[in-house]
Each structure stands twice: as structure tokens, then as C-alpha cells.
Ligand binder design. Structure first.
Ligand code: GRG
Length: 296
């Protein structure tokens, strides 16, 4: 039987959204405005790529996906917080996110800052919840890696590098370094964390980490390509977004055709990492292909 990737993606997205709705409940958390802002940004959409990768990595090493569910939800909380803060006037000053008003437009700036803070903190609450079959020591090691990937050594550090690069001449290694941290860290930790929670061997965990690093780069190159191609079609962008569009990108540095080739090269390398895994690696192969074929 052939693997129906479209159906897979749809059902995994639904599973992740059900978990987010359950783990960040509407009713029992106060203050209501803050909780509302957190749920607003978390539940209005998104591809759920990072959680889906974590679940798939867990299954690829032969474990049931439930083991990685809290971790998967934690990743989406961190990702959503980063988007809320990135959209603020002090950063990119965006009005729209995931097709809806950004958190600070829907609520207000102070609430958006706190919603981001609360989602970041909640992520570690979720990641620290005991998981059956996972030793506390192992979980602690995963949380340490997650913290590094999210913070100054990972995503937040990458965001700072990106801000510092504004108005500077960036070469390809410089651009790559920004993206390895800013976008890549959360993607590789999704794969590594999923594999470790699934009880993968150190070698399998390394394979999944390398897979994550490669698809992270391909993801960013594709993001740049989509930006470049979509630029002339975009409406209603504000000053912050225009500033964003003056930055160095892969297509600007190497041309559109070569950027596409480069993304494909990373995907080929990522897929090569998936050999000899005890579980089903087909979804990870398809996810890698999806990353460069996506249209948004
Ligand atoms: C503000 C701490 C802080 C960090 C910001 C990730 C990030 C760092 C900023 C987001 C801005 C941006 C456009 C980054 C480039 C690629 C990216 C991460 C896009 C959004 O991720 P998707 O495509 O979004 O997975 P969805 O909405 O599908 O979840």
C-alpha cells in the first residue's frame, strides 16, 4: 500500500492541535485575557511542522508517538512564542501572522509580550511532565538540549545575530550561521528530542539530529525562495516587513536556481541519514520532501 502523505499530515496536525487544546485549556487558567492571548496565537493555525517531526522521529526509532506528545506540544509553544515576539513593533512590526491579526494587534503589546513569556515557560512545564517509559535522567538531558536550542545558543541567539546583520554585507557562511541558530535549532531539537524520548540509541539520535539539521537548512532556503517569489504578490506589508525584505537571503546571494538546488541537496543528505532505523522512517522521508515543495 502506498503511503498517503496528505492524509498523514492532516491527521497528525489534528492530533497535535487536540493535544495543544487539552494542554493549554481555555477554562481553568487565569488571568483569562492572558490565557486567551496564548490560545489565540497557539490555535489559529500553522503547519505544526516541529511537533509533527518530533512525533515522527519518536516512531522512527520504534516507539509509540504518545511518548513524545508533551514534548511536541512544548515545541509548538516555543515556536509560537517566538512568532509573537518576532511580530512585535520592536522587532518585525507585523500586522498579520498565520493569516490573522498578530497577537499584539488582536490584544495589545503588553499582553503579547506576556503571552510569549507564558508560552515559553509553559513549554518547559510540559517538557518536564513525567513520561511513562522515559527515565527522569534521560528527560532532564532532553530538557537541557531543548533549553540550549531555544535560548542564547540556539533560536534567540540566532535572532540576535539576524538583528545585528541588518544593513551589513552578509556572505553565505554568515547567512547560514544565522539560520542554523534562528530556524534550524528548533527543527533539529524536534528530531533529536523525539528520537531520545522514543528510546533511540545514541547513534540513531545522532542520525535524527543530522537529518533535522539538513531539513532545517532546506526549510530556511525554501522560506527565502517563497519570500522572493511571493514578494511582488504581497499586499499590505508595513515598514517592518519591508525592512525584513532588504535582508540577505539565499536567492539574493546565489540566485533562485542555485538556491533551489542547494535546498534539494540538503534534502537528499537528510534522507540519507534515515538508514537502518527500527521504526517507520517513511513519514520523515516524505516530510523532508514536503519541506521544499511546500507553497507557504
Ligand atoms: C523573537 C525570540 C525570538 C525569536 C524569533 C523563529 C523566529 C525567531 C522568528 C520568526 C520569523 C521568521 C519568519 C523566521 C523564518 C522562518 C520561520 C521560523 C517561519 C515560521 O515558521 P513556520 O513556517 O510557521 O513553521 P507556521 O505558522 O507554519 O508554524
Amino acid at each position: 500500500m502506498t503511503f498517503d502523505f496528505h492524509a498523514y499530515l492532516k491527521s497528525r496536525k489534528a492530533l497535535v492541535e487536540e493535544a495543544l487544546d487539552r494542554l493549554v485549556p481555555a477554562a481553568d487558567r487565569l488571568p483569562a485575557r492572558l490565557n486567551g492571548a496564548m490560545r489565540y496565537s497557539l490555535l489559529i493555525g500553522g503547519k505544526r511542522l516541529r511537533p509533527i517531526l518530533a512525533l515522527a522521529a519518536c516512531e522512527a526509532v520504534g516507539a509509540p508517538l504518545e511518548r513524545a506528545m508533551n514534548f511536541a506540544a512544548a515545541l509548538e509553544c516555543i515556536h509560537t512564542y517566538s512568532l509573537i515576539h518576532d511580530d512585535l513593533p520592536a522587532m518585525d512590526d507585523d500586522d498579520l501572522r498565520r493569516g490573522h491579526p498578530t497577537c499584539h494587534k488582536q490584544y495589545d503589546e503588553a499582553t503579547a509580550i506576556l503571552a510569549g513569556d507564558a508560552l515559553l515557560t509553559l513549554a518547559f512545564e510540559l517538557a518536564a511532565r513525567p513520561v511513562e517509559e522515559v527515565r527522569a535522567e534521560q528527560q532532564l538531558a532532553i530538557i537541557e538540549k531543548l533549553s540550549a536550542a531555544a535560548g542564547v545558543h540556539g533560536m534567540v541567539g540566532g535572532q540576535m545575530l539576524d538583528m545585528e546583520a541588518e544593513g551589513q554585507e552578509l556572505d553565505l557562511p554568515g547567512l547560514q550561521n544565522i539560520h542554523i541558530h534562528k530556524t534550524g535549532a528548533l527543527i533539529y531539537i524536534a528530531c533529536l528530542g523525539g528520537a531520545l524520548l522514543g528510546g533511540g540509541t545514541p547513534e540513531q539520535a545522532q542520525q535524527l539530529k543530522r537529518y533535522g539539521e539538513r531539513i532545517g537548512l532546506a526549510f530556511q532556503i525554501t522560506d527565502d525562495i517563497l519570500d522572493e517569489v511571493g514578494d511582488s504578490l504581497e499586499m499590505g506589508k508595513n515598514v517592518g516587513a519591508d525592512r525584513e525584505h532588504n535582508k540577505a537571503t539565499y536567492p539574493k546571494l546565489m540566485g533562485l536556481a542555485q538556491a533551489r538546488q542547494e535546498a534539494q541537496r540538503h534534502i537528499d543528505e537528510a534522507i540519507k541519514c534515515l538508514h537502518d532505523l527500527p521504526g517507520d522512517a517513511e513519514p520523515l522521508r516524505e516530510l523532508a520532501r514536503y519541506i521544499i515543495s511546500r507553497t507557504h
